[in-house]
Design a protein around this ligand. Structure first.
Ligand code: SF4
Ligand SMILES: [Zn+2]
Ligand SMILES: [Zn+2]
Length: 319
């Protein structure tokens, strides 16, 4: 019987069998290919320019640390841009975030990366746990993720802007992108999909509010980032947010659906990514001329409303 060998170097120790491509790959070729994938995604989608100041959102989990690890190398070897800064948002989640922040701190120290930590508490007066406790009895009940995602996105953007960032790099992997796209389709959030179009012209108007977001891991499935981080011995925090386990959010079911479907159609996440790239372009042309209001509290764009979601949540918390 013929022994399986790596498709790239003929080594006999196979670490991964990619069902979506049929490839058999050894440890060395696998980690090299992941790094090449990240570099190629950055080049293909023109995510970085040579002098960009890069801010990286770092939670201390596998994705953000794998991203930071690669960006440090890419910045040194290829882009020679200004030093990277890591930003961690401390939402204030019991038995979770304080632990993962330790991993982020250790990692940044090891690679001498400037590290800025911003907390919900200092910026909004309440931790996420306090907001959730407050809102548990509210008429219009919302889950932790509703508040968390909106507030964190705003604080990350604000902090990146204050630090003079040209780009804000996020560790979203292929599975995350596929899941978000499917969620947005299910909730008919077409305008949001349009706004996520990666090649939209960065007008001065947009730049006034938002730092350009890049997602260099978007072509790598979650389980491969997991394997990569373990093989590279990246010291990440391995646990998940307790709210994700606890709340009956649809996102969880969507992920389960994708994972289940992958068993029969291994290419499904790539189809969703390509669907997202194509649809966001079509939709962004469709929503081009739509005018928008600016929030009366913070001045950010807020669609047809007079208060943006971030200020609406903050108002609810302060009342
Ligand atoms: S799972 Fe939800 S509550 Fe937890 S960190 Fe993510 S968005 Fe926040
Ligand atoms: Zn090999
Ligand atoms: Zn606002």
């Amino acid at each position: 019987m013929k022994t399986a060998t790596c498709d790239y170097c003929n080594t006999k120790t196979i670490v991964v069998h990619r069902k979506y491509s049929g490839e058999l790959i050894c440890t060395n070729c696998f980690t090299n290919r992941i790094e090449k994938n990240i570099f190629q995604t950055i080049s293909k989608y023109k995510m970085l320019r040579s002098q960009d100041k890069i801010v990286v959102g770092v939670s201390g989990g596998k994705d953000s640390l794998a991203l930071l690890y690669n960006l440090i190398k890419i910045q040194k070897n290829n882009y020679h841009s200004k030093p990277i800064i890591a930003v961690t948002i401390d939402e204030g989640i019991r038995n979770y975030r304080a632990n993962s922040i330790k991993n982020a701190i250790r990692f940044c120290k090891k690679y001498s990366i400037e590290h800025v930590i911003v907390s919900f508490e200092e910026k909004t007066g309440k931790s996420l746990d306090e907001i959730v406790d407050l809102k548990n009895n509210a008429e219009e009940h919302k889950y932790a993720c509703n508040f968390c995602a909106t507030i964190r996105r705003r604080l990350l953007n604000e902090t990146a802007k204050e630090l003079g960032a040209d780009v804000l790099a996020m560790g979203h992997n292929l599975t995350d992108v596929a899941e978000t796209f499917l969620m947005n389709v299910l909730f008919k959030r077409y305008k949001l999909i349009a706004n996520q179009y990666m090649f939209k012209k960065e007008t001065d108007e947009l730049k006034k509010y938002f730092v350009k977001r890049i997602t260099p891991l978007m072509k790598i499935p979650e389980e491969e980032i997991f394997l990569y981080s373990n093989l590279k011995k990246i010291d990440y925090y391995p646990s998940h947010c307790p709210y994700r386990e606890k709340d009956p959010i649809l996102r969880k079911r969507v992920l389960e659906f994708i994972q289940e479907s992958k068993k029969f159609s291994p290419e499904i996440e790539f189809n969703l990514l390509n669907g997202f790239l194509e649809m966001s372009e079509i939709l962004s042309n469709n929503y081009k001329s739509t005018s928008y209001n600016t929030c009366k509290e913070c001045g950010y764009p807020c669609g047809n409303a007079s208060l943006c979601l971030y200020c609406t949540y903050l108002k609810g918390v302060k009342e």
